[in-house]
Design a protein around this ligand. Structure first.
Ligand SMILES: Cc1cc2nc3c(=O)[nH]c(=O)nc-3n(C[C@H](O)[C@H](O)[C@H](O)COP(=O)(O)OP(=O)(O)OC[C@H]3O[C@@H](n4cnc5c(N)ncnc54)[C@H](O)[C@@H]3O)c2cc1C
Ligand SMILES: NC(=O)c1ccc[n+]([C@@H]2O[C@H](COP(=O)([O-])OP(=O)(O)OC[C@H]3O[C@@H](n4cnc5c(N)ncnc54)[C@H](OP(=O)(O)O)[C@@H]3O)[C@@H](O)[C@H]2O)c1
Length: 275
């Protein structure tokens, strides 16, 4: 069950305007530890789908409390969308999880990041490999027409512990084909492979295991990964990124960067071992 709150009226005069302030327009709570929200977009903000920015709130000490967040909306969207964890005692998200439509957040308009199409050599098939909130940059890239102009096929693998944690991505993917703006670009090119690891579901297993065993290729009826045509983008915990890199290298793919495009790129979904 998700709860959606949309701003309908201009709120009463704000008490204070934050530096680099943007106004929250919509908040959706997906689980007790995941939510997404949309904010107004600074007119001057240009970014490449897949990049991240620093966002936050004013701290109790009067200084901005900022954290890195992937922009989950595509570069053509009039607003910005973010998909967030709720860390119970996290300095930022213990507060951010309570934001409501009409309230303000701080957004530093300096987008950066490695999960951009330009950081990969041309290829035929693009893999998005994500755990948890690591799907956020791919929520942006999956909605960008350029992704489908550059690749014949796109495979979104997303793995979480439970089915409820997959729901944000599942609803987004399901909405794409009929989307009036992006639907014709997506067509049949996007293949979605969500799995759970702790809750029983129709499709299970870690991304690393499903790639090395070949299960994902069999289930989707597609050829195994190989260096010439396959490209990949990775976003998850440090442990996930570390392990999936070894799997991709095993298929012959090499890590690239903005300045040195190769066959795959990686970004951390968060810093730290766990909550
Ligand atoms: C490049 C980059 C992009 C990021 N993009 C996002 C994003 O799109 N959405 C998002 O929710 N977070 C994202 N993060 C993490 C984010 O910056 C914060 O860490 C997070 O918002 C928690 O902030 P906090 O102050 O509440 O707790 P922090 O003190 O920052 O974190 C406390 C602990 O919570 C855990 N944690 C933090 N973030 C996550 C997470 N996303 N998933 C699981 N465990 C986590 C870690 O163990 C961390 O040590 C990103 C981080 C980086 C480096
Ligand atoms: N998700 C929850 O319900 C929950 C609740 C409270 C607290 N937490 C804490 O929050 C932190 C982050 O949790 P999270 O669930 O967002 O992220 P996570 O622990 O990184 O797990 C997300 C998904 O990634 C998989 N995974 C983890 N490490 C991997 C690796 N090295 N290779 C391949 N796949 C890997 C997990 O599979 P496995 O299940 O096989 O590990 C899981 O399906 C953790 O410290 C956790 O203890 C989580």
């Amino acid at each position: 069950m998700t709860e959606q709150i949309t701003v309908t009226d201009t709120p009463a005069t704000p008490v204070k305007t934050l530096p680099d302030a943007q106004t929250v327009t919509e908040v959706t709570h997906w689980t007790d530890r995941l939510f997404s929200f949309r904010v107004t977009r600074p007119k001057s903000l240009r970014f490449r789908s897949g990049e991240f920015v620093m966002i936050g709130l004013m701290g109790d000490n009067g200084k901005p409390l900022l954290r890195a967040y992937s922009i989950a909306s595509p570069s053509w969207d009039e607003e910005l969308e973010f998909y967030s964890i709720k860390v119970p005692d996290g300095p930022l998200t213990s507060k951010l999880q309570h934001i409501q439509a009409g309230e303000q957040i701080i957004l530093r308009p300096k987008p950066v990041g490695t999960l951009v199409l330009d950081a990969l050599l041309p290829g035929k098939r693009l893999w998005f490999l994500a755990t948890g909130t690591g799907i956020a940059p791919f929520a942006s890239l999956m909605r960008d027409p350029e992704t489908y102009e550059k690749y014949e096929q796109v495979v979104m693998m997303h793995t979480c512990r439970t089915a409820a944690e997959l729901e944000y991505g599942r609803q987004l993917v399901e909405s794409l084909r009929d989307d009036p703006l992006i639907g014709e670009f997506v067509g049949d090119k996007l293949r979605y492979y969500p799995t759970t690891t702790r809750e029983e579901s129709a499709q299970m297993g870690r991304i690393t295991d499903n790639l090395t065993s070949g299960k994902v290729f069999q289930d989707l009826g597609i050829a195994p990964m190989e260096q010439e045509h396959d490209r990949a983008m990775v976003c998850g915990s440090l442990a996930f990124n570390h392990d999936v890199k070894a799997v991709l290298e095993g298929f012959g793919l090499r890590e690239g960067a903005n300045s040195d495009p190769k066959e795959y790129v990686v970004e951390k979904a968060f810093v730290g071992d766990g909550i």
